[in-house]
Design a protein around this ligand. Structure first.
Ligand SMILES: NC(=O)CC[C@H](N)C(=O)O
Length: 194
């Protein structure tokens, strides 16, 4: 059985665990860097990226997270998690984990649209996926080898680069587990290749 961790420092952790379990994998709440060693894949959840970053530093997660990506272990960042994985964040000099070759902009859907739902078509997932956007970032630009999976109103809201996946919205907040399933397929693929 695949073992998927959810970084458990802050944010929508439990909902991701439920989605992972609904897809038939084992979900683990990750509280210490040592736990990363036993995982096949890791989800960085939505929440508040600045708070999560502070906790990543406080609990010495930064190097182990970079190492995890370097070992080609799949990572999936949702909303704030996407911001944490991105190689560039608009308006900030430094990225956070910085392993995902995309530029993101925070809170980029405007004040009047702090939170909304939208029907999305997502490559590899399907049509009519309800994306829940909460003070969501969007992807401004992607690197050469990054595949754009979905756009909303012309803005990129999901992308994949090899073993890395990111989306602007919160797939764990609906009962539609197709996005989690896509990630689990990536994890299985990477495990088969290892
Ligand atoms: N729902 C979310 O994860 C919001 C992300 C938040 N706006 C941030 O910048 O971290």
């Amino acid at each position: 059985m695949l073992k998927i961790g959810v970084l458990g420092l802050q944010g929508a952790v439990r909902e991701h665990i439920q989605s992972i379990e609904a897809c038939g994998a084992e979900g683990v709440i990750v509280k210490t860097p040592a736990q990363l060693k036993e995982l096949d894949g890791l989800i960085i959840p939505g929440g508040e990226s600045t708070t999560m970053r502070r906790l990543i530093d406080k609990y010495d997660f930064m190097e182990p997270l970079k190492q995890f990506a370097k070992e080609n272990k799949p990572m999936f960042g949702t909303c704030a998690g996407l911001i944490l994985l991105a190689s560039e964040v608009v308006g900030y000099e430094e990225s956070h984990v910085g392993v995902f070759d995309v530029t993101v902009e925070r809170n980029s859907f405007g004040r009047q649209k702090e939170s909304f739902e939208a029907e999305l078509n997502i490559t590899g997932v399907g049509e009519d996926f309800i994306g829940v956007f909460i003070r969501a970032p969007h992807i401004v630009e992607v690197g050469e080898d990054v595949e754009i999976l979905s756009k909303h109103n012309g803005r990129i809201v999901a992308a994949r680069h090899g073993h890395l996946l990111g989306c602007s919205f919160h797939p764990e907040l609906t009962d539609d587990h197709r996005m989690t399933k896509l990630f689990l397929e990536m994890v299985q693929e990477s495990k088969n290749n290892a």
